[in-house]
Design a protein around this ligand. Structure first.
Ligand SMILES: [Fe+2]
Ligand SMILES: [Fe+2]
Length: 150
């Protein structure tokens, strides 16, 4: 059992990434707005895959009451997220603002698919704020209470 980002989230990130890459190759205002989204999104995705989301690969095992190997790593990542959370949320705000610009440009050019992608990415960030980040924080807390020290 490794500390890796769950497959469901990895695939979602991958799909968002590909949709965005396609939009950045467009000419004009849509491409320009998409490249701005990519600029603010990239470092954020890297941080998420480094420490915010890998603990969730062990979430179901911990929920079953198992003591996974790598618990110390999960606690360290969870604490890292707790420290970085204000910055991560700031980044979500910057990403949402860039996405609003993209939505506007895409609507003007009648590009429904790009609008759909941008809405999907906004929802993804909301899911992280409401469910995934808190799950990582709680996971670290649970393991610490079960006697692991980071
Ligand atoms: Fe994400
Ligand atoms: Fe995020």
């Amino acid at each position: 059992m490794g500390t890796t980002v769950p497959k469901s989230i990895r695939e979602e990130h991958e799909e968002l990434h590909q949709d965005l890459a396609r939009a950045t190759r467009q000419p004009g205002a849509v491409g320009e707005a998409a490249r701005e989204v990519a600029r603010v999104l990239h470092p954020h995705f890297v941080a998420e895959e480094e420490y915010a989301l890998p603990p969730l690969g062990l979430l179901s095992a911990v929920a079953r009451g198992e003591m996974p190997s790598g618990a110390d790593q999960i606690i360290a990542m969870s604490e890292h997220l707790r420290e970085e959370l204000p910055r991560m949320l700031d980044e979500h705000r910057a990403i949402a603002a860039a996405l609003d610009g993209l939505i506007e440009a895409a609507k003007r050019e009648g590009q429904a698919e790009v609008v759909h992608f941008a809405e999907k990415l906004k929802l993804h960030a909301k899911t992280e704020e409401e469910v995934l980040y808190p799950a990582t924080l709680i996971l670290g807390e649970v393991l610490r209470r079960r006697g692991f020290k980071a």
